[in-house]
Design a protein around this ligand. Structure first.
Ligand code: 13P
Length: 247
């Protein structure tokens, strides 16, 4: 599973150029989940271009609000479903940091979406936590947002160390593998139906380092930011994934 998080980037012209290069360089073939979370205002444009070109790409939202109604600027789950979204990213560290989202908000968002769309819950420690060897404690605390929930549909967790996002730094692939196994174990032990999530790695993934992550047993894909803004480099990451984890 490879998902692009375009964050607050892009324009109509960028999207058209993106697809031109993606279509040229991608070897889409075997049912691997390929997703793009564009800025909300461009979701429909991306979905339409993907459909017109018979691409496997599925669209998703970068966030979702807890309800509809008098909440200026918010996007509800009903609107997301109305716009061909297959997944929603929830609890990204930028939402936590810049928009003051806490674990309680994130739990409400998960509850609101879990039976309707595919939630991609983001977790990750800061550099200070990492240096103090608190990574697993922090992740366990962040995963408590799904404590006692029952996931009838799929659940995806994205492990995104805050210090690896946009920095060019990444943990050692072996350490990522160990953390992913830990995340899977915690999720299984705290959810009512022992949910078995896919775990994506996110944080400075690019076409030069992707193979080192995809070669690890418990890495089920990637959530890609900067390198996903270029159709050609995103295609290359998808191709590498296809080559290593053919389903
Ligand atoms: P970068 O790939 O730019 O580090 O961003 C990762 C990310 O935050 C994806 O959600």
């Amino acid at each position: 599973m490879i998902v692009a998080n375009w964050k607050c980037n892009g324009s109509k012209a960028m999207i058209d150029a993106w697809f031109n290069t993606y279509i040229k360089d991608s070897e889409e073939s075997n049912g691997v989940f390929i997703g793009i979370a564009p800025p909300t205002i461009y979701i429909e444009r991306v979905a339409n271009i993907a459909k017109k070109n018979s691409l496997q790409i599925k669209t998703g939202s970068q966030d979702v609000d807890i309800s509809s109604g008098a909440r200026t600027g918010a996007i509800s789950i009903e609107m997301i479903l109305d716009n061909n979204c297959y997944f929603s990213i929830i609890g990204h560290s930028e939402r936590r940091e810049l928009f003051n989202e806490n674990n309680n908000d994130i739990r409400q968002k998960i509850i609101k979406t879990m039976d309707k769309t595919l939630p991609i819950l983001c977790v990750g420690e800061t550099l200070a936590d990492n240096k103090k060897n608190l990574t697993k404690d922090i992740l366990r605390e962040q995963l408590e947002v799904i404590d006692n929930l029952e996931f009838k549909n799929e659940l995806v967790i994205a492990y995104e160390p805050v210090w690896a996002i946009g920095s060019g730094l990444t943990p050692d692939p072996k350490d990522i593998n160990e953390i992913h196994k830990f995340i899977k174990d915690v999720v299984q032990s705290i959810t009512n139906n022992s949910a078995n999530p896919s775990v994506l790695y996110g944080g400075s993934v690019n076409s030069a380092n992707a193979t080192s992550f995809f070669s690890e047993e418990y890495v089920d894909g990637a959530l890609v930011g900067g390198a996903a803004l270029d159709g050609s480099s995103f295609a290359e990451i998808v191709n590498l994934y296809n080559g290593i984890k053919q389903q």
